[in-house]
Write a protein that binds this ligand. Structure first.
Ligand code: UD1
Length: 340
């Protein structure tokens, strides 16, 4: 059984990936600092898979602790690195916090991997690296645009750091996965998204509004050059996304990679407008959502959806679940968490 480190493994995408890794037969060790997650997530994972992953509460900014961890676990075959801060607005207010949280931690982990006889590394990147792409759907070759925020910049710089180290380290293989918009929850509703405070992202804001925690959803702009005037995104079910991580990891472990640094888009290939997401929610939940159209949100791109060809051809992966599936699972999860 190959042993895999999942950093940020108690977070939203991390926890769903731990489930898929365990179901594929991997032994999982989680590092999480619990800054945006809870230890209870371990119970959810155990309820689904019947296995409790090893968990170590470590702040990856503590370089010595990272070194000690790798000494204790000298049999790791790979690392999936989710641990990072991800609030775009906060990153504008606190850029140094973001560079420290997202970049120094990455460097410390890569320093350890560099010394292993062989290591596979999967990095959480984002479609944010493309900014407003000139052409839809967005292929992996689309130019990386100047970042809109320090958060976005940490993803771009992170990719560059990994590329540079892979160039000179033949024993290190890496894949950067560029996520579009991850949404939904595991169908068991044992795990899901748990945003702290007021959600910045659309889907948790919708489900919290329907659950009565928020009064009203603000739809940011209906005067964009899109069919219904609202922005278009590629909403991918978190379980589909999690499965892609296992496949990408297996590609590296099996030596099926074509280069020792690769990038893949992870999306459905289908763009949905904000109002389509609202309609999907209303349809699957049977709830009427209280929303109003307000002005545009600064920094929003008009449209972003993935070209999925490379992931399909190279990874043999494509999404199986729909936006309706995602909205229903997100709603069932919200109801469970709130006791609605
Ligand atoms: C945002 C970030 C992206 C980051 C991702 C991580 C920006 C510009 N982009 O993606 O860099 O990787 O989060 O989670 O911040 N919307 C509303 N009302 C709301 C919330 C959202 O209308 O209350 C709309 C937005 O205008 C957008 C869509 O819903 O059109 C999706 O928004 P969101 O969930 O925040 O994701 P992104 O902006 O795509």
């Amino acid at each position: 059984m190959d042993k895999i480190l999942v950093t940020g493994g108690l977070g939203f995408i991390g926890s769903h990936t731990v489930v898929e890794l365990q179901e594929a037969g991997f032994e999982v060790v989680i590092i999480d600092d619990l800054s945006n997650s809870s230890e209870n997530v371990l119970d959810g994972i155990t309820a689904i898979t019947g296995k409790t992953p090893i968990f170590e509460k470590i702040d990856l900014k503590e370089k010595q602790l990272v070194e000690d961890f790798f000494k204790r676990h000298n049999d790791l075959k790979g690392v999936i690195h989710f641990a990072a801060s991800k609030a775009v607005g906060e990153s504008v207010e606190k850029p140094l916090l973001y560079y420290e949280n997202n970049i120094s931690t990455l460097v410390y982990i890569l320093k350890e991997l560099k010394n292993l006889p062989e290591a596979s590394f999967i990095f959480s990147s984002s479609c944010t690296v493309y900014g407003q792409a000139d052409k839809m759907p967005i292929t992996e070759n689309a130019p990386v645009k100047p970042a809109e925020s320090p958060y976005g910049n940490t993803k771009q710089i992170g990719e560059e750091i990994i590329k540079d180290i892979c160039k000179i380290t033949p024993n290190l293989k890496a894949i950067a996965l560029r996520y579009f918009n991850p949404v939904g929850a595991h169908k068991s509703i044992e795990i899901g998204e748990l945003p702290i405070g007021v959600p910045q992202n659309l889907v948790p804001f919708i489900t919290q509004t329907a659950a009565g925690i928020r009064e009203q959803l603000s739809v940011f702009g209906d005067d964009y050059p899109t069919p219904d005037g609202t922005c278009i995104r590629d909403y991918i079910h978190v379980v589909d996304l999690a499965k892609a991580h296992v496949i990408a990891l297996q590609r590296l472990l099996n030596g099926a990679n074509k280069d020792n640094y690769e990038t893949f888009n992870l999306g459905t290939g289908k763009g949905s407008s904000v109002l389509e997401v609202v309609n999907s929610f209303e349809k699957v939940s049977g709830e009427k959502l209280n929303y109003k159209i307000v002005g545009r949100r600064e920094g929003d791109v008009i449209s972003a959806y993935a070209d999925t060809k490379k992931a399909k051809e190279e990874l043999g992966w494509q999404t199986e679940l729909t936006l309706d599936d995602a909205m229903l699972s997100a709603w069932n999860w919200e109801k469970k968490v709130r006791g609605v």
